[in-house]
Design a protein around this ligand. Sequence first.
Ligand SMILES: Nc1ncnc2c1ncn2[C@@H]1O[C@H](COP(=O)(O)OP(=O)(O)OP(=O)(O)O)[C@@H](O)[C@H]1O
Length: 349
Amino acid sequence: MDDLLTVEQLNIGFNQTQVIKDMSFGVKKGQLTSFLGPSGSGKTTVLRAIAGLNKHIKGHIRLAGHDITSLPPNQRNIGMIFQSYALFPNLTVADNVAYGLRVQRRPKAEIIKRVDHMLELTDMMTKKDAYPDELSGGQKQRVALARSMVLEPQLLLLDEPLSALDAKIRVELRNQIRRFQQELGITMIFVTHDQAEAMAISDDILIMNDGKIQQQGSATDIYERPRNMFIAKFIGNNNILDGTTLRSLGCVVNEQRQHVIRPELFTFDNGQPSGATQDNRHSANAEVISIPGVVESASLLGDRLEFTFATMSGPRLKVKQLNTCEHPEVGSHVNVLLRRDAVTPLVEA
Ligand SMILES: Nc1ncnc2c1ncn2[C@@H]1O[C@H](COP(=O)(O)OP(=O)(O)OP(=O)(O)O)[C@@H](O)[C@H]1O
């Protein structure tokens, strides 16, 4: 699939401090791409550069093959949605949505048709005559989305659009945003610092830290094959073990590298006491290795249980199991089983 947007060697500095460091990436047409990263990593700065709101940049930004680096924001055909909704308080919902089309002097019948379509899609038709201060936060953000989407921008940028909303509404609205994006085939860039949010709705995730891209890929790529230590620590709750430690657990790996093991990829060996496993699973070449130890603690995380498992040879492991599975008591001596292919080497330091 083609890239709709390409960013090449983007460098941005504020007061002698370089904030974005030689960033290059592409955003695929018709996909939802998230920018994910901790506070201060540069997500908003890159988004504003794409929108044309930051003039002091070096590098090139191309949209559908055209270099838009020096175009003013209103000539880019890019929409932007902010955390703060930014609706016109003195206009009704329908007039807020119609505003951009009126500025473009579209025919009245076309405006009515397109506005109604957006109000239906965002489920705001019953509120079309309401004013913004009569709406909930989630409803305001749906109007903001309708107001941007009605203009059919080539690219829609969303800067933490859900962060002012409470947890339940956040999940509902993120799923709605994904539905709008897929139904209308819009290319979206969605900025968030919430990894679950990014993983739930994105085709592609671009993880930033300290003004650089750490990894770009699907949620599965990033979760299952983190490239480096930053990603391994940032995404999920991992076991990170060096090669020597893994060897001490009976797992043959490249000793020079760090490795990640997801806590949910361990299983308890039927709660049997350690030493009871009479098979060849201790063999380093076997498909599954069996690691003896003691269950040190267990905490309930709703649908899952997280255990601390102290291995005989030293390291503590995090083990997660579905709460519906049978699991050993704290203090019991058991083996955990691990498939060899669950051990993922990091390709970078
Ligand atoms: N106008 C500015 N003047 C000076 N420094 C700035 C300016 N805008 C951003 N920065 C700095 O650039 C860096 C990146 O900021 P940015 O807002 O892009 O991060 P972010 O990843 O979007 O963070 P958050 O999730 O907190 O919004 C930060 O160190 C910030 O202090």
